[in-house]
Design a protein around this ligand. Structure first.
Ligand SMILES: Nc1ncnc2c1ncn2[C@@H]1O[C@H](COP(=O)(O)OP(=O)(O)OP(=O)(O)O)[C@@H](O)[C@H]1O
Ligand SMILES: O=C(O)C1=C[C@@H](O)[C@@H](O)[C@H](O)C1
Ligand SMILES: [Mg+2]
Length: 174
């Protein structure tokens, strides 16, 4: 496969963690739109949102998605990349899209343990568990719409990577 693999899903589903492990296994480059934005602008998500609002951040991440796309890469996206229909179409047309799905309770536990507030400023002003349940409800159809494959992301990163490989290369799976 010479096209990129895009990882999509809500905050805490493991796009970065599982994406890195998947890239290592496949011998692909790894990139992450959140990390690339931080590197390119020298500003965290929270700082960008404070000065330009969420609309400003969404515009920047959409540009970054197109800038990093292409080749043998695993691309971890931001949790809100699917909000723009153009991004969903772009990813589906230019690569393979993997949705890491996990129940709100699993995501909330991970985010409460590692909030990383600079990169994950509140989206709603509500407590993490309430916010993630609300966000999943609002976005579930969008993640599904973007995805070629939907994987259970509540297992360990190693197991999630194995499950992805079975989906991508069913004939080679042992
Ligand atoms: N499969 C997993 N099992 C257990 N813990 C996990 C798993 N995947 C990720 N984690 C943990 O959950 C936290 C969030 O993971 P990660 O940053 O990869 O999520 P993300 O989907 O990239 O989130 P964001 O949208 O904020 O970038 C990290 O502390 C990570 O170690
Ligand atoms: O789910 C979201 O809307 C976000 C997820 C993170 O990856 C970051 O892209 C940012 O904090 C927004
Ligand atoms: Mg991430």
């Amino acid at each position: 496969m010479t096209q990129p693999i895009y990882m999509v899903g809500a905050r805490g589903c493991g796009k970065t963690t599982v994406g890195q492990a998947l890239a290592l296994t496949l011998g692909y480059e790894f990139t992450d739109t959140d990390q690339m934005l931080l590197r390119a602008t020298g500003r965290s998500v929270a700082q960008i949102v404070e000065s330009e609002g969420w609309a400003g951040f969404r515009a920047k991440e959409s540009e970054m998605l197109r800038a990093v796309a292409g080749g043998r890469k695993v691309i971890a996206t931001g949790g809100g990349i699917v909000l723009a229909e153009a991004n969903r179409r772009f990813m589906r047309a230019s690569g393979t899209v993997i949705y890491l799905h996990a129940p709100a309770g699993v995501l909330a536990r991970r985010l409460e343990a590692f909030p990383e507030e600079d990169q994950r400023p509140s989206l709603t002003g509500r407590p993490i568990a309430e916010e993630i349940a609300e966000v999943l409800l609002a976005r579930e159809a969008l993640y599904q719409d973007a995805a070629h494959h939907v994987l259970d992301a509540s297992a360990s990163p190693e197991r999630v990577v194995s499950a992805i490989l079975r989906q991508l290369h069913p004939c080679a799976a042992g």
